[in-house]
Design a binder for this molecule. Structure first.
Ligand code: FES
Ligand SMILES: [Fe+2]
Length: 453
């Protein structure tokens, strides 16, 4: 944990900097034996885009472990330790067969569950293959992404059926981007909405839309699945309320990127559902789906063709641009990866804009400690239709300034009330929760305009 906070109190004081303190290992380290790694292993984690894996195996790395993913010619997914149990040859050079993956070196054949099916160089009397197993993890495919469960076998949960994975008129398109830095600084960026004002708008150009440059009234709230931010902005006669989700373990949901606050809309759901996967202590991967919805792209900016391996359809998300270009107009990738390979919390000076990041760390630490003490991760609530409610949305309502000269108070009230509707009430458990929320928000906005506040 962090030691004494260090402040320099003289100009030209860099000479007096103390040695760099240790990172917050409890929250950041994810490799074998780490508390955070053990916590995140209790959830299904995405390891690849299904369409990347054809007739050849794919080398992947998770939690600091090197693995090989393949789909047997009978269609069964397998995720095995990369190095052959015989003498260590990488199974990425193996041959995919109907029953499993065959090592190229001496032809041992491994089943998707790690059974050793053949050791053809051994005498027929050898019982080696009946006594040994090769390391394997369970795999499932969902909507074009391949997920692995890498936790204790007796604790494997069902794949979580979040509401946003089955929305009408919504298409899920898989993508991923590898970040050469620790997972937490990428995940906690989602609870730092102030950076959208600066990095994404005022520092550079309107990377999304002009309204993003307006400093919002900002709050944070705990939800049954994690936490949200609530940003409430004035844009003309409109009030735009936006919330992004953190869903524990390591999921984030981001609203539609191209939202511009111009047109009234009620409870438009997510633009991205993504995991920040722990590749190793100093590498992570954003893996998830871009959601394509007819209402989520007012300026016609979305581009499904740009979403896939190491690519997504909005600015500054990867390191593919030239160094000079990234220096001149930095994006999320540059801001986050340059916080050091593992951001050092003891060197930060947290301010009013960092409340969400601090809250996320606190909630995450409590979850990690509960699991470390032998407990289970928090169980989410389920709707009547078996889906788990999440809370990310954009809502734009026409509520002009009330003329009292304190618009922030009005914005604060609108944000809080809409969030109450989003999180609380009997409709949370209903199968038509989103429709009920839309009706309740519309009625509330009407009452706000008619109330003479
Ligand atoms: S090293 Fe794989 S079969 Fe020998
Ligand atoms: Fe961002």
């Amino acid at each position: 944990m962090a030691g004494q906070k260090h402040f320099l109190r003289t100009p030209y004081g860099a000479y007096h900097n103390p040695p760099t303190p240790e990172e917050d290992t409890e929250l950041t380290h994810v490799e074998r034996g780490s508390a955070c790694g053990e916590y995140l292993r209790r959830f299904w984690q995405p390891v690849a885009i299904a369409s990347e894996v054809g007739e050849l195996p794919l080398k992947v790395r998770m939690f600091g472990e090197d693995l090989v993913l393949f789909r047997s010619r009978a269609g069964e997914w397998g995720l095995l330790d990369l190095h052959c149990s015989h003498r260590g040859t990488s199974l990425e050079y193996g041959v995919v067969e109907p029953r499993g993956l065959r090592c190229c070196y001496h032809s041992w054949l491994f089943a998707p569950d790690g059974r050793i099916l053949e050791t053809p160089g051994e005498p027929p009397s050898s019982t080696l293959k009946d006594r040994l197993y090769h390391g394997a993890y369970p795999v499932e495919e969902h909507d074009g992404l391949v997920f692995a469960y890498m936790g204790p076998p007796g604790k494997r949960p069902d794949f979580a059926p979040y509401d946003t994975l089955a929305m009408p008129d919504d298409r899920l398109v898989p993508y991923y981007i590898t970040y050469p830095c620790n997972w937490l600084q990428v995940q906690e960026n989602v609870m730092d909405p102030a950076h959208a004002v600066f990095l994404h708008t005022r520092i550079s150009f309107s990377q999304f839309a002009d309204a993003w440059g307006e400093l919002p009234v900002t709050e944070f709230r705990e939800t049954p699945t994690g936490m949200i931010y609530i940003t409430t902005r004035r844009w003309g006669d409109n009030v735009w309320v936006r919330s992004n989700d953190i869903v524990f373990g390591n999921i984030a949901q981001v609203g539609h990127i191209w939202e511009d606050g111009q047109e009234p809309k009620l409870y438009l759901r997510v633009g991205i559902t993504r995991w920040t996967t722990p590749v190793d202590n100093e590498t992570c991967r954003i893996v998830g789906w871009r959601h394509f919805h007819p209402d989520g792209d007012p300026g016609d900016n979305a581009d499904e063709g740009k979403c896939g391996p190491e690519s997504v359809d909005f600015f500054g998300q990867d390191g593919a641009r030239t160094y000079e270009d990234r220096q001149r107009i930095p994006g999320d990738f540059d801001a986050q990866t340059s916080q050091r390979p593992i951001a050092v919390h003891a060197l930060e000076h947290m301010t009013a804009t960092d409340k969400g990041v601090l809250m996320l760390r606190k909630l995450l630490r409590a979850e990690i400690r509960r699991v470390a003490a032998g407990g289970d991760p928090k169980t989410p609530r389920f709707r009547a239709d078996g889906r788990i409610p999440t809370y990310c949305h954009d809502t734009v309502v026409r509520i002009p300034p009330d003329g009292n000269g304190n618009d922030d108070a009005l914005l604060h009230r609108v944000g809080e009330r809409i969030t109450d509707i989003n999180i609380e009430g009997a409709h949370q458990d209903a199968a038509d929760r989103d429709a009920q929320i839309r009706r309740l928000i519309a009625a509330y906005a009407e009452s706000e305009n008619g109330s003479g506040h």
